[in-house]
Design a protein around this ligand. Structure first.
Ligand SMILES: C[S@@+](CC[C@H](N)C(=O)[O-])C[C@H]1O[C@@H](n2cnc3c(N)ncnc32)[C@H](O)[C@@H]1O
Length: 248
């Protein structure tokens, strides 16, 4: 049985969502990596690599970078381990057990416990920012984007990697995708993680998230220019990027 207040269906209140997301990632942290790689059929590695490529860190290889909603630090470590990268990567997340499970992935990644909606960093602190599979979980996406724009230097780039719905496939693969996403994934996720709702929340939250055009528009409203979108693996995931103008 889902716990009272767990948002299996329908958007929870901002406060409800924030505490649900914290509780859920705290509970699934020990099994997060295993399930992440298995349920994405290991495609999550390729998607994170694409996100790092899109960041354009080569323009400032000694720079300071922020990976927000960093979880177990896979994307932060992917950036820190790029040949030629000599900068620093802060991996920020508000669930400490997630950060703890990733702490051995790269020595040059600095985990920081922080809420994406109220970051403990000065304006213009970072040359670039990434968010992988995290923005969908924010209680207030607009506030999160505004906060990311604030901590980026003028001209700094934000890259967001997020699940999306594959719209362009023919009917049969689309059906198979939904069958996997709605039926198989929640059952495996529930069995392995022992969390009753986390892997039903996943497809629910992906379906509630704006489509490519909608999220690109939110990025522009949040202060980003040169916004672009690329669909990965026929649109199972999407990459978004944009740059910050002079916001002060
Ligand atoms: C699906 S995981 C993604 C983790 C990692 N980026 C990855 O690629 O595997 C989402 C992460 O976002 C974090 N998160 C959600 N809302 C947050 C917030 N308001 N502030 C900081 N972290 C948040 C969760 O704690 C969780 O670790």
């Amino acid at each position: 049985m889902p716990r009272a207040g767990s948002p299996l269906r329908g958007p929870p209140s901002d406060h409800g969502k924030r505490s649900y997301v914290r509780e859920m990632f705290t509970a699934i942290a020990p099994r997060y990596d295993l399930l992440n790689h298995a349920l994405s059929l290991n495609m999550d590695w390729l998607w994170r690599r694409s996100a790092v490529r899109k960041l354009g860190w080569e323009a400032a290889p000694q720079g300071a970078y922020l990976d927000l909603c960093a979880g177990t630090l896979d994307l932060a470590a992917e950036l820190a381990r790029r040949p030629g990268f000599g900068g620093s990567v802060v991996g920020a997340d508000f669930v400490v057990p997630m950060l703890q499970h990733g702490r051995r992935k790269a020595s040059s990644v600095y985990p920081v416990a922080a809420d994406a909606l109220s970051l403990p960093f000065a304006n213009g602190s970072f040359d670039g920012c990434t968010v992988a599979f995290g923005i969908r979980n924010l209680a207030d996406v607009n506030a999160g984007l505004t906060e990311m724009a604030r901590v980026l230097k003028p001209g700094g780039r934000l890259v967001v990697l997020e699940f999306s719905i594959p719209l362009t496939w023919p009917l049969r693969p689309l059906y198979l995708f939904y069958f996997y996403f709605r039926t198989i994934l929640p059952v495996i996720g529930r069995t392995v993680s022992k969390h009753m709702t986390a892997y039903s929340y996943l497809p629910d939250s992906v379906e509630r998230f704006p489509d490519n055009e909608g999220f690109a528009a939110l990025m522009q409203e949040g202060g980003f220019t040169h916004v672009g979108v690329e669909r990965l693996t026929s649109g199972v995931a999407s990459l978004y990027w944009g740059e910050v103008g002079d916001h002060r």
